[in-house]
Design a protein around this ligand. Structure first.
Ligand code: FAD
Length: 464
């Protein structure tokens, strides 16, 4: 374990003198709590944790880290799959205390600070029947999710999370505060919409809001894994021409031990199609009828419900502290081979919490000009999120191997990959996520805004 010896005590004292938030060093009360991230397989020990309460704290922390030549990790919600929001030895700049949200229901905009979690933003916006399209687990951070793109239940109707962005305030590697929007620092605004934390620390996001719910027709329908080949072929044909408000995720796993799952089903291998219709409930009921009546479902939880409730659906399946490993790829289409490969590996799942999720893309996501943002893959058909998980370190290696093997078996179908679903997979994979042309443009931007690669702990775009 690091003893935090790399940081000069005088530098910490100097920072402390003006800092409004909390500073934590190894041995301090609260240090272990604040160094933990969502993925329990990550166990790192920063020399200093700076829990920032505002822009002044962030700027002071950046100046201190620069003067001490420290490695810096930046944390929003702490949900980076590979744990990029915590480091050994360096400084963790934790934005967790910055939880302010200001909704303007008339203008349909929201200003959101960098430590806000998705569920907190939904709570404030749904009060007015509005929402920012975001992700599917409410304890994920708005910051990291937005900076990579942001995919979720209402993206096919309204676009990605970044497609709602009006502006960001950002602290650069020099400690300057700049605003980026279509009119100000437009190059930077292009880059932060998909380019992750490479260009600076976003302190606040300004989003456009969209009408959603408050009730939606949503939830999963389950079938036995024995039926998966037919269910997935039906599913492929059924969604081929589906309306934009419908978004679906196909899941293969062992049925989870949750109160909503009958005890006799728990642990059985199942395929589920989880859906959300982000339009009128009656329309959603009509659209979802064929799914609910295909074959012989073993459980049907798809019904009208508050959007807020639907957003929490996967929370219990991905709690903090378990060991998580993810592999991801995009595929153009659900060919018979893709379906049969997922079924073959789905049947082999042993861990009760390992799963594969297949996200339906398209709709409004694909209608935004591909060059408008750094995000790549607007034309992709489906995004795989292959999760090899275990509740403790025991058995984790086998789950990781299962995930890697499924990912490799799908290799002939890989197109791109969503940057927020990458582990630490090296520069080639980051390049693959952006495509060569965007990657080169991002490199040029990195040279302009962060030539020394001060912000290195991210899906890193090297300036050289
Ligand atoms: P953090 O771990 O805090 O940060 C991730 C990265 O972003 C780090 O490199 C960090 O340095 C950088 N960063 C964070 N905050 C800032 C900031 N303010 N300024 C600059 N850089 C910053 N993605 C989706 O699109 N849709 C989903 O539905 C979805 N569901 C998920 C569910 C779970 C359970 C998990 C673990 C992840 C999910 N993801 C999803 C992926 C998610 O988008 C990324 O893991 C994202 O990085 C999480 O954001 P965070 O703020 O919690 O992450």
């Amino acid at each position: 374990m690091s003893q935090g010896t790399r940081i000069d005590g005088r530098a910490v004292d100097e920072l402390q003198a003006s800092f409004r938030g909390g500073l934590f060093r190894p041995g301090d009360g609260g240090y272990d709590e604040h160094r933990k991230v969502w993925n329990g397989s990550i166990d790192r020990h920063p020399a200093l944790i700076a829990r920032c309460t505002g822009v002044a704290d962030i700027r002071a922390a950046v100046r201190c880290a620069r003067s001490q030549d420290l490695l810096v990790a930046v944390r929003g919600g702490g949900h980076s799959f590979p744990g990029l929001s915590v480091c050994d030895d360096g400084m963790l700049i934790d934005l967790g205390p910055m939880r302010g949200i200001r909704v303007d229901p008339e203008a349909r905009t929201a200003r959101v600070q960098a430590g806000v979690l998705l569920g907190e933003l939904d709570r404030e916006t749904q009060e007015f029947g509005l929402a920012v399209p975001s992700g599917i687990v409410t304890h994920t951070g708005v910051a990291g999710l937005t900076l990579g793109g942001g995919i979720g239940w209402v993206m096919r109707k309204y676009g990605l999370t970044i497609d709602q962005l009006l502006s960001v305030d950002l602290v650069t590697a020099d400690g300057d505060l700049v605003r980026a929007s279509e009119d100000q620092n437009a190059d930077l605004f292009w880059g932060v919409r998909g380019g992750g934390g490479n260009f600076g620390i976003v302190t606040e996001f300004e989003f456009r809001l969209n009408p959603v719910g408050p009730y939606v027709m949503a939830g999963p329908v389950f079938w036995s894994m024995d039926d998966a080949p037919q269910v997935l072929r039906f599913y492929r044909d059924w969604i081929a021409d589906c309306p934009d408000p419908l978004m679906t995720i196909a899941v293969e796993r062992r049925a989870p031990a949750l109160p909503i799952v009958p005890p006799e089903l728990v642990g059985k291998h199942v395929v589920a199609i989880a859906a959300c219709y982000a339009g009128p409930v009656e329309e959603g009921q009509r659209i979802l009828e064929p799914l609910k009546h295909f074959g012989s479902p073993v459980l049907d939880l798809c019904r009208p419900k508050p959007f807020l409730e639907h957003q929490k659906m996967f929370d219990a399946s991905f709690p903090h502290g378990w060991s998580y490993y993810v592999r991801s790829c995009d595929v153009a289409a659900l060919t018979d081979d893709v379906i049969d490969t997922t079924v073959e590996y789905g049947r082999r799942i042993t861990s009760p919490i390992t799963s594969l999720g297949l996200w339906q893309m398209g709709g409004a996501v694909g209608r935004v000009d591909d060059g408008a943002t750094a995000f790549n893959g607007r034309q992709t058909g489906f995004t795989f999120n292959i999760n090899g998980n275990s509740t403790t370190a025991a058995g984790f290696d086998a789950e990781r191997e299962w995930a890697r093997n499924l990912w490799s078996a799908l290799a002939p179908h890989h197109t791109s990959v969503y940057v927020n679903f990458l582990m630490e997979e090296g520069e080639d994979r980051v390049r693959q996520a952006y495509g060569a042309a965007k990657y080169d443009r991002l490199k040029a931007l990195k040279r302009k805004y962060d030539p020394t690669n001060f912000f290195t702990l991210n899906q890193n775009i090297k300036p050289d």
